[in-house]
Design a protein around this ligand. Structure first.
Ligand SMILES: [Ca+2]
Ligand SMILES: [Ca+2]
Length: 231
């Protein structure tokens, strides 16, 4: 692990401990897809749901059952309540396209720590997708992690969650979030997304004397120690 990574881990751990109990949800615009094909953008081509609509690769729809739009896709419900809508994607075999990108509907607060999360399910047994989550702040794209859904059985939803600290200036307060698919297989590579959310999980301590400052001092001291040891 690089010194920088160790330092970030140490700081996050201290801050989260100092601010336990502050978790709260912030909505991603249409993150549950119940409003249909609106409130987000995609580099893929939208198709209306219907027989064989979800082929060839690089297309998506928003609907209640993947099997409605591809005869080989699972018959399954969404994650929200089992009968709602989800984004259903036939993964592209050419790289570089954003599968989904969207924004929070509430301003982020600089210094707060957030978890970006989404649910994903494979809708075909072969070659599950490899999704990369990014948050874009004024400082640029920040990698949040990778997620591969378990292939089958139908409706096997799994959740990704990655944390970041809002360090950008207020010029992009809501941040923006993106999902890429790094699996470029033509066959298989089909998946559904649902319930994309952002949750505040902690914050930088407010300097108020006493315990908070003591924790901050301890964390910075630890950081300096790690950097010295690994320099
Ligand atoms: Ca849904
Ligand atoms: Ca496919």
């Amino acid at each position: 692990m690089k010194p920088h990574s160790i330092a970030k881990t140490l700081l996050s751990g201290v801050f989260l401990t100092a601010c336990a109990g502050t978790a709260s949800a912030i909505s991603i615009v249409n993150g549950d897809f119940e409003a249909g094909n609106t409130g987000f953008s995609s580099g893929y081509t939208y198709v209306s749901p219907g027989s064989n609509a979800l082929q060839p690769p690089s297309v998506y729809t928003v609907d209640t059952n993947p099997n409605t739009s591809h005869p080989s896709f699972y018959s399954m419900g969404d994650h929200t309540n089992g009968t709602g809508k989800m984004m259903i994607v036939n993964g592209d075999d050419v790289g570089g396209k954003t599968v989904w990108s969207g924004t929070a509907d509430t301003n982020l607060t600089v210094g707060d720590i957030y978890a970006f999360s989404f649910w994903v399910a494979s809708v075909y047994p072969d070659s599950p997708a490899l999704l990369e989550a990014l948050v874009t702040l004024t400082t640029g794209d920040q990698h949040l992690g990778y997620m591969t859904p378990t292939s089958g059985p139908a409706g096997n939803w799994t959740q990704f969650s990655g944390t970041f600290t809002a360090t950008a200036s207020s010029s992009l307060p809501t941040g923006s979030f993106g999902l890429l698919n790094l699996n470029l297989n033509y066959s298989g590579n089909d998946f559904a997304l649902d319930d994309i959310e952002i949750t505040k999980v902690g914050s930088l301590p407010v300097p108020d004397g006493g315990m908070t400052l003591a924790l901050l001092g301890a964390s910075l001291g630890g950081l300096a120690f790690v950097r010295r040891k690994l320099a």
